[in-house]
Design a protein around this ligand. Structure first.
Ligand SMILES: *Cc1c(COP(=O)(O)O)cnc(C)c1O
Length: 432
């Protein structure tokens, strides 16, 4: 019998709604608090930063939200994405586990991030916004937002964490190609940036610092809005397209996952792949284990505290109820720039606090070992962020082998590593 390595959905079978887990969470979210008054924020407090449609999605408890036709049309540039069965990896690991991965690396910028960049650019455009600012770590988010804003004629200004700006120069080229402009952060363009540089002229930057800079520019300019690539509820909502497709694809394969695994930066790709499966836990008594895998150098889920904290380093965002290492935490300059964030989104934090999901951390070196095993078995070269999930998949496949159980494992192949070859060079030359 020929093996089906790839499970493909037709374009017409692409889901036309996103899934909002806020409708099914056993405990509702705590409110965001105003940084000054410490009272729950009002929609109007967020208006200088975000369009109304996204603010409404942020607090919505409607179970399914329609995806606008214009967004579906742009999704079709790369969606539905394929699901793969990792037969070769199973063989290399000699495991009875069945390993599937959802391949989000096929988007033009190379990761899952356009799934939210496109709707964010669309809603901003619809409300007349002409300029957007954002931050980026490894450059995946900045390139996704540049890609998306370009379709709507919106100017995009990206503050890129300085250490990543040096590590991944072609990400900048990619953003420029799609009409984005890129500024290494901390920069001299903002009060926040100047303050960080005064304190430490060699500051490598962090996502928290870059967010402060991007928010400042949006808050000071009437015609400019801000966009965040992870953490917020509306971002996770848009990413559920991943899991909704995956449910259909596993159904086609006659399977259902025992484990769903995703790398974890702020929660967007993990939430995107896992929430549509968690729904079956909440409503149909299924027992799928969902595991978020973070970097051991930035362990907010496994070592952080659940408390109100700022989303950025300068303390300009609302206070978010989340697992955090503290908003002043500046993580070491690991290659997985997308995992260098001090906190976790509110939804994922509440789910973890309620023991409805699990978290693990992985060391950088272990993530690269896993990436090499994967690339030699399956061919594809993972992004350093994605490799953290792969390391956990390998551990779980080994556990399945010890237990002699044919578990079904699904993970999110959140992005490719074709612009991360410098990191692979460092790994092979043992200078990591
Ligand atoms: C940004 C990114 C991540 C981590 O961010 P989340 O918001 O937690 O998904 C993981 N993998 C890739 C490829 C990324 O670009």
């Amino acid at each position: 019998m020929t093996k089906n390595r790839r499970i493909q959905l037709n374009e017409r079978d692409m889901p036309a709604q996103w899934y909002n887990i806020q409708a099914d969470m056993p405990n509702p979210l705590l409110p965001l608090l105003h940084p000054g008054t410490k009272q729950p924020i009002q929609a109007s407090d967020l208006e200088p930063l975000f369009p109304m449609a996204l603010i409404a999605q942020e607090v919505s408890t409607e179970r399914y939200i329609d995806i606008p036709d214009e967004v579906l049309d742009l999704y079709r540039l790369y969606r539905p994405t394929p699901m793969h069965r990792a037969y070769n990896l199973e063989k290399v690991l000699d495991t009875p586990a069945k390993i599937y991965y959802k391949n989000e690396s096929v988007s033009p910028p190379g990761s899952h991030k356009p799934n939210t960049a496109i709707p964010q650019a669309y809603y901003n455009h619809k409300e007349g916004v002409k300029k957007m600012t954002t931050e980026t770590g490894a450059g995946q988010w900045g390139s996704a937002l540049s890609f998306a804003t370009n379709f709507f004629g919106i100017e995009c200004k990206v503050f890129m964490v300085k250490v990543s700006y040096g590590q991944k120069p072609y990400r900048k080229s990619m953003m420029n190609l799609w009409n984005g402009s890129v500024i290494p952060s901390p920069s001299m363009e903002t009060n926040a940036g100047r303050a960080f540089l005064a304190e430490d002229p060699d500051c490598p930057g962090s996502l928290g610092v870059a967010i402060s800079e991007a928010i400042e520019v949006a808050a000071m300019n009437e015609d400019t809005k801000y966009s965040l690539g992870s953490v917020l509820n509306h971002v996770l909502l848009h990413q559920t397209i991943i899991g909704l497709e995956a449910v259909k694809q596993l159904e086609m394969a006659g399977d259902f996952p025992d484990l769903v695994i995703g790398p974890f930066g702020g929660g967007s790709n993990f939430g995107g792949i896992s929430f549509p499966f968690l729904r079956y836990n909440f409503t149909e008594g299924k027992k799928t284990r969902c595991i978020a895998v973070e970097s051991a150098t930035c362990p907010k889920l496994t070592k952080g505290k659940f408390e109100y904290d700022f989303g950025d380093t300068a303390g300009m965002t609302p206070l978010i109820p989340m697992y955090t290492l503290g908003h002043k935490f500046i993580p070491p300059a690991i290659h997985a720039g997308g995992l260098r964030y001090h906190g976790a989104g509110a939804i994922v934090s509440q789910l973890l606090k309620d023991n409805l999901i699990e978290a693990r951390s992985v060391e950088q070196i272990e993530s690269f070992e896993a990436a090499v095993t994967f690339a030699r078995a399956e061919g594809m070269i993972p992004a350093p962020e994605t490799s953290h999930a792969i390391a956990q998949v390998i551990k779980e496949a080994n556990i399945a082998k010890q237990e002699g159980v044919a578990k079904t494992i699904l993970f999110n192949f959140s992005g490719h590593g074709l612009l991360d070859m410098g990191a692979y060079d460092a790994y092979f030359s043992k200078t990591m």
